[in-house]
Design a binder for this molecule. Structure first.
Ligand code: CA
Ligand code: CA
Length: 170
């Protein structure tokens, strides 16, 4: 089977969600992601930031399941991801931003404990690496997002960028 560039990109997106690598996306993958971020930023799960991150992860999972888990078995298979999530999110990137925002907001709060809610690019790279994104890609992504070059990234830059990444055009 010929693998197109598009298929390779979809496979990479799926792998990003399938944090435990067992071949499907479920609630556990979102918990794994939250746990990895809390460990990276040495934040207890029971703290306010930890609870916000887990709540965001749950909302993210519920949103993805609502869009893509067609047979309702609480698992998003690769087939469901491609036929459900990718197509529907591409038609409506705002919807993706909406379901991902609480998680991204909480992740940003871990990386940026003070200030205007923005985070240093280096800390955004730590977030991406903790989520299993390859080092070269993480560095590239963070540098690309920092369009004004001040070394910091805010929610207004991050949420649309993540939505664009996951709503990859054909
Ligand atoms: Ca999984
Ligand atoms: Ca399913």
């Amino acid at each position: 089977m010929v693998s197109t560039e598009y298929e390779r990109r979809i496979a990479a997106r799926f792998a990003t969600f399938d944090q435990d690598g067992n071949g499907w996306i479920d609630r556990e993958d979102f918990n794994v992601a939250a746990k990895a971020l809390l460990a990276e930023f040495a934040t207890p799960a029971r703290s306010a930031k930890g609870q916000a991150l887990y709540a965001g992860a749950e909302a993210f999972w519920q949103g993805m399941a609502g869009i893509a888990d067609r047979d309702g078995d609480q698992r998003i298979t690769r087939q469901e991801f491609v036929s459900g999530a990718v197509k529907r999110l591409r038609d409506n990137p705002d919807r993706f931003a909406e379901i991902a925002r609480p998680f991204l907001h909480a992740a940003l709060a871990l990386a940026a404990p003070v200030g205007d809610g923005s985070a240093a690019v280096a800390d955004i790279v730590r977030v991406l690496l903790a989520l299993g994104v390859r080092e070269d890609i993480a560095g590239q992504v963070a540098a690309t997002l920092d369009t004004d070059g001040d070394g910091r990234l805010g929610e207004a830059e991050i949420v649309p960028a993540v939505a664009r990444y996951f709503t990859v055009p054909e």
